[in-house]
Design a protein around this ligand. Structure first.
Ligand code: MTE
Length: 334
């Protein structure tokens, strides 16, 4: 838990269930249509994960390194690591709008309505606009990228995400010279998100990146994982994945992307400034005030009492992103 909830007057009104299979199938079909682009090809029957994998470009070590403009294969090294089981990735979640227990999002997020869905792109851009989720999915070719996700709480997963670099969208909307940061606002709908309204965070959940971080090719706008559309609990229908930062920077269920001049206030920074800085780069040398960040537990692999694995600088993506922070005191800008 990031910080203990101040208000735990929350109970679970819903029976234990995850998104019904039929809903999945429908959305998987949509993702496939979008990934395929052409309507004709899209008429072919959906044959499971393989079908998307064929259309999506599976990014292996060299490819990922090339994308990031670096020679190192550190980013892609995650592909050599065992993938986290889908079941773990979709049942052990942080999505506080649906409760603070790890099992709550999978139990409760079936109420999230992901269609229709629009994302407003606004602020300091030459071409602001409102994108329907279908258009956003089609905006660029989908790729599969296997990234580690390291949570500030000390656990990690290795997940094959499906999406494209956020830079593709940013280039299209043409940021003005004065745009220095990007703010991500996520859905806060009391009717469908039972924990919105609790005092644990100042809703909506907001995150932010510096413009160059947002433009970095590793920063992914994700619509799917494991070759399927995102389950609601993982941030459907669109989320961010910023693999070199603690997981909380990866905002889920985004409704607004705003280009601004000043560093935006973010949900966790507002909740506990001393504990969660704006940058939040994974850094084994900078402890959280209440615990060390030097090691981590891989969900599904490292048992509770097993020796933990060492956390890598920038979560192992230092070769790709280190230069973004050249000359910065990372203890100060944590
Ligand atoms: N986005 C929203 N809207 N609400 C949240 O509570 N939790 C964050 C991040 N994005 C969160 C969010 C945290 S703390 C983590 S670790 C990751 O989502 C978890 O993503 P996962 O459940 O797909 O592993």
């Amino acid at each position: 838990m990031l910080i203990p909830p101040r208000d735990s007057g929350f109970n679970h009104p819903h029976p234990s269930e995850i998104t019904p299979r039929a809903v999945y199938e429908e959305r998987r079909q949509m993702l496939k249509l979008m990934a395929g682009g052409a309507a004709g090809a899209a008429m072919a029957a959906w044959a499971g994960r393989e079908a998307l994998a064929q259309q999506a470009q599976v990014v292996r070590p060299n490819k990922l390194a090339a994308l990031a403009g670096a020679k190192s294969t550190v980013a892609g090294a995650a592909t050599m690591e065992k993938l986290t089981d889908y079941k773990d990735a979709s049942t052990y979640n942080n999505f506080y709008e649906f409760g603070t227990d790890k099992a709550d999002p999978a139990r409760n997020a079936h109420t999230l309505k992901t269609s229709p869905w629009t994302v407003d792109v606004e602020g300091l851009v030459k071409k602001p606009g409102k994108y329907g989720i279908e258009d956003l999915i089609k905006l660029s070719a989908q790729e599969e990228r296997i990234y580690r996700l390291r949570c500030v709480e000390g656990w990690s997963m290795v997940i094959p995400w499906v999406g494209y670099s956020l830079a593709e969208l940013i280039k299209r909307v043409e940021p003005q010279g004065s745009a220095k940061y990007v703010e991500f606002v996520t859905l806060a709908d009391k009717a469908t998100m039972p924990f919105v309204g609790s005092r644990v965070l100042d809703w909506p959940y907001v995150e932010g990146l510096r413009l160059d971080e947002a433009m970095h090719p590793l920063t992914l706008l994700a619509f799917g994982m494991y070759g399927e559309v995102l389950p609601n609990q993982n941030g459907a229908p669109v989320r961010l994945v910023v693999p070199w930062k603690y997981g909380f920077k990866s905002a889920k269920s985004i409704v607004k992307i705003r280009f601004v001049e000043k560093e935006p206030g973010t949900a966790w920074n507002k909740a506990a400034k001393q504990e969660y800085g704006f940058y939040s780069n994974v850094n084994p040398e900078v402890d959280h005030p209440r615990w060390s960040q030097a090691t981590e537990r891989r969900i599904g692999e490292d048992g509770l009492f097993a020796k933990k694995r060492k956390t890598l600088m920038f979560n192992g993506y230092e070769a790709q992103v280190g230069q973004l922070y050249a000359g910065m005191d990372l203890k100060k800008f944590y």
